[in-house]
Design a protein around this ligand. Structure first.
Ligand code: ATP
Ligand code: MG
Length: 273
C-alpha cells in the first residue's frame, strides 16, 4: 500500500463540503484553552507521550466532542484541562484563570465551583436518593442550591417523579441523567464528560445526549465530551480528532456519516503510515 503521510488539513480532501459554524467562533468567549499542552508519563524506555503540544479552545455555549483511537490521549486531555491531572509542559486556562498558577487548594475550589464532570460509570452514591445525589457536590461545598435553577435542571432531565429513588431503583439512563443533572446543578462554567453515554443503550444514550445538547442551546452551557460513537459525536457542534497525543483535525457541524467516513479514512491512513 502507498505511504500517505497524515496532513492536518486533510478534511477538505475527503469532504469538499463547506460547513458554517453555529456561532461565529472568532467572537465567542473561550471557556477553556490548552496551549502547547504536553503530558509525558514515565521516563526513558518506558516513557509515553500521552499529549504532544496540544493547543485547543473550548468556547462558551459550544458542544465539543473529542474523538480518536484508544490510547490517543482523549481522557488525558480532558483530565488535564479539567484540573484533575497535572501536565508536563504548556498551559491550561479555565476562563481567565491559569491552572498552572494555582495552589492545590485553589485548584480544588476552581474544580468545585467552575467545572462539572460526568463519568462513564455515573459515580452515584447508592445510599442517597436521586435528589441528594444531584445536590451532593453543593452540600459538600456548603453551598445552597439555587432552587429555581435546580427545578429547571430536574425538569429538563425528566427526573421530577424519580427524585426520591435510590440509584438501584433507577434505570441506567435515569442514573446517567442524575449524573448529568448533578454536573449541571451548580451551574459550572464548563462540563466535561468522558464517554458519558458509553454504558447506555442507544435510546437512553440519545436522551442524555439530547439533554446535553439542549443545555448548550437553551442554557448556554459549555460541554466537552469524549466519545467513540459517531452518532454521539453528531450531537456536538464540533469534533476534535486526536491521534498519538496530537490534534490531527476537527470538524464543524458534524453528522454521524461524516464522522464515520472520516474515521474510516483516518484508519486507512493510520495503518499505512
Ligand atoms: N498513569 C499512566 N501511566 C502511564 N501511561 C499512561 C497513564 N495513563 C495513560 N497512559 C498512557 O497515555 C496514553 C493516553 O491515554 P488516555 O487514557 O488519554 O487514552 P484515551 O484516548 O482516553 O483512550 P481510551 O479511548 O482507551 O479511553 C496511552 O498510551 C496510555 O497508555
Ligand atoms: Mg479514555
Amino acid at each position: 500500500m502507498e505511504h500517505v503521510p497524515f496532513k492536518t488539513s486533510s478534511r477538505e480532501e475527503f469532504f469538499p463540503v463547506t460547513t458554517t459554524p453555529v456561532a461565529d467562533r472568532s467572537t465567542t468567549t473561550v471557556a477553556a484553552r490548552a496551549t502547547d499542552l504536553s503530558k509525558i508519563y514515565g521516563q526513558g524506555e518506558t516513557q509515553v507521550v500521552a499529549l504532544d503540544r496540544v493547543s485547543v479552545d473550548f468556547r462558551q455555549a459550544e458542544f465539543t466532542a473529542i474523538m480518536g483511537p484508544s490510547g490517543s490521549g482523549k481522557s488525558t486531555l480532558m483530565h488535564c484541562v479539567a484540573g484533575l491531572d497535572t501536565f508536563s509542559s504548556g498551559s491550561v486556562r479555565i476562563g481567565d484563570t491559569e491552572l498552572g498558577s494555582l495552589k492545590d487548594k485553589q485548584l480544588t475550589k476552581l474544580r468545585r465551583d467552575k467545572i462539572g464532570f460526568i463519568f462513564q460509570a455515573f459515580n452515584l452514591l447508592p445510599t442517597l436518593t436521586a435528589l441528594e445525589n444531584i445536590t451532593l457536590p453543593m452540600d459538600i461545598a456548603g453551598r445552597k442550591p439555587d432552587k429555581q435553577w435546580l427545578n429547571t435542571v430536574i425538569d429538563m432531565v425528566g427526573l421530577r417523579d424519580r427524585l426520591g429513588h435510590r440509584p438501584a431503583q433507577l434505570s441506567g439512563g435515569q442514573q446517567q441523567r442524575v449524573a448529568v443533572a448533578r454536573a449541571l446543578a451548580s451551574r459550572p462554567d464548563i462540563i466535561f464528560g468522558d464517554e458519558p453515554t458509553g454504558n447506555l443503550d442507544s435510546r437512553s444514550g440519545a436522551e442524555v445526549l439530547g439533554f446535553l445538547r439542549n443545555s448548550v442551546r437553551e442554557l448556554g452551557q459549555t460541554v466537552v465530551m469524549v466519545t467513540h460513537d459517531p452518532v454521539a459525536a453528531a450531537y456536538a457542534d464540533r469534533v476534535v480528532f486526536l491521534a498519538d497525543g496530537q490534534i490531527v483535525d476537527h470538524m464543524l457541524q458534524p453528522t454521524a456519516e461524516l464522522v464515520l467516513d472520516f474515521m474510516k479514512q483516518f484508519d486507512a491512513k493510520g495503518r499505512t503510515s
